[in-house]
Unconditional design. Structure first.
Length: 488
């Protein structure tokens, strides 16, 4: 479960340091400058801190990381962490320091001395995000998460800033929980129910059922889900915080499980396809954050929820389906299903909302992992200004994103003998041809970004701000984009 630990703020109390129970952390500048709390701890430990800072070992500690001393003499604390941090750290270093504190803390109460430091809100965000764990399905006794206390210069200000950071963290946790959840639990129904529950936050939420989707003509999306017992759904979430402007539209691929369909995937690693709703997960998390912080912007989030199963009723390779736009698609490979889902949801979003911009997110291709690994999402766009703004937001939030090209020559690879297009373009440039397919469903006047997040949505090793598994990549970048470009 999310287990966001409670974090509180207080003014530095030097006299409380010796007796502080649990774990204790101090921050020291790279060149070894101690603040008052550092000096007090140094005195209590008979200069252990000074000896560390003067040693070769300190040089090896990276900025935002720390050195642990176990059972330090002179302190009641079980362990002392000495974190290397500038007094005015970068956002990244402050968050990294927070993440180091989370790893050091574990389940134990923690006291952090940050009285002389800036960017306490970012340090707090790093601490909260890295303290996440998904243990809903572990039956062993779950210990209560003990709190963290942060000594800082202006506790009241810090508490207010932390409240804003909390809206971001809760959006990220919501995304991570969805992405980590197995497919027997996170069915299309359960997904829709969790989104419907966000009405409590002031979001407008509407669930379109199969009969509605049939009426709308979403033959591409419905074809993907027709082999599953789980009913296909489209959920529309509206946040209207910004007056009369047309909204920004966020579209998410929500394949709750992708077996590949009749073009069945190999058994090895197929369990990873529980995360194939990652795009829908990010859209949902962003909407949650926007509602929690009452963003002054109009944003609509639409997710296409389907399950891709092989079955007697499943669609076959070679089938031709008709999209809501009216274009026909020859389904060469039933495993290239994400684009079939997205194309109908994207068309619907443009017809209904005439958005000022549209961003789709999808765990769309294995090829993007070959190209960019797990460090960067693939970015494709028909609009330089929108794309530049997004890349800036992603950079500011430390979420890797790398633009790749679109061009007519790639689009030509989608020509079909019998229909308007086929759903795959062959082995070459697989991520780009997938993006070109989506581009055929973008109106000329709609500025659009496609984000292929197959490599970044869920990873097999810890990242700076997340334990292995779902990362929540994109929630912070998109929230920042809304803040910087769409808020009035
Ligand atoms: N969901 C997969 C893409 C994927 C792969 C996501 C690995 C996360 C990790 C997608 O539906 C898919 O199967 N894509 C195919 C497309 C191909 C058939 C053109 C792929 O990448 O192999
Ligand atoms: Mn697939
Ligand atoms: Zn898929």
């Amino acid at each position: 479960m999310t287990s966001p630990i409670t974090i509180d703020f207080a003014e530095t109390d030097l006299d409380a340091l010796a007796a502080a129970e649990g774990k204790l952390a101090i921050l020291v500048t790279p060149d070894g400058k101690l603040d008052p709390a550092g000096r007090r701890v140094n005195r209590l430990t008979k200069q252990a801190v000074a000896r560390l800072v003067e040693s070769d070992r300190w040089e090896k500690v990276k900025s935002g990381e720390g050195f642990t001393m176990g059972f330090p003499a002179g302190l009641a604390a079980k362990a002392l962490l000495v974190v290397k941090l500038e007094r005015r750290p970068s956002v990244e270093d402050a968050r990294k320091a927070g993440a180091s504190l989370a790893k050091f803390k574990g389940k134990t109460p923690l006291l952090v001395c940050a009285g002389a430091y800036n960017r306490v809100a970012d340090l707090t965000l790093g601490l909260a995000l890295r303290a996440y764990g998904f243990d809903d399905h572990k039956t062993a006794d779950k210990e209560d998460a003990e709190p963290a206390t942060i000594y800082c210069a202006k506790p009241d200000e810090a508490r207010d800033e932390a409240e804003a950071a909390k809206a971001v963290a809760e959006g990220v946790f919501f995304t991570r929980d969805l992405v980590n959840e197995p497919a027997n639990i996170l069915t299309t129904q359960e997904f829709a129910d969790r989104l419907t529950a966000m009405k409590d936050l002031g979001l407008k939420v509407e669930v379109l059922e199969e009969k509605d989707l049939e009426k709308l003509g979403m033959g591409a999306l419905l074809g993907v889900g027709q082999g599953s017992d789980a009913p296909s759904k489209v959920v529309v979430m509206e946040w209207n915080g910004g007056g009369e402007e047309k909204p920004l539209a966020l579209i998410g691929k929500g394949v709750v499980f992708d077996t590949g369909g009749i073009s069945l995937k190999p058994a090895a690693g197929m369990e990873d396809m529980t995360m194939d709703m990652g795009g829908a997960g990010v859209v949902s998390g962003v909407m949650r954050t926007l509602a929690l912080r009452k963003a002054k912007a109009n944003v609509v989030g639409l997710v296409g929820l389907v399950e891709n199963m092989p079955d007697a009723r499943a669609q076959r390779p070679g089938d031709v389906v008709t999209s809501m736009k009216g274009d026909t698609i020859e389904v060469i490979n039933t495993d290239a299903e994400g684009r079939l889902v997205l194309c109908d949801v994207m068309w619907y979003a443009q017809e209904r909302f005439e958005p000022t911009g549209m961003i789709d997110l999808a765990t769309l291709t294995g090829a993007i992992i070959i190209g960019l690994g797990h460090e960067n999402a693939g970015v494709f766009s028909n609009s330089d200004p929108l794309c530049t703004a997004f890349l800036k937001a992603a950079g500011a939030e430390g979420e890797g994103a790398w633009r790749l090209p679109l061009a007519q020559a790639y689009d030509d690879l989608l020509k079909s003998r019998i229909a308007d297009m086929k759903n795959v373009g062959g082995r070459a440039a697989g991520s780009i041809t997938a993006a070109q397919f989506l581009g055929r469903f973008v109106k000329d006047e709609t500025p659009w970004i496609h984000l292929d997040i197959a490599g970044v949505a869920s990873v097999k090793s810890d990242t700076m701000l997340a334990p292995k598994g779902a990362t929540g990549w994109g929630v912070m970048a998109l929230d920042r984009l809304v803040r910087d470009e769409y808020e009035t």
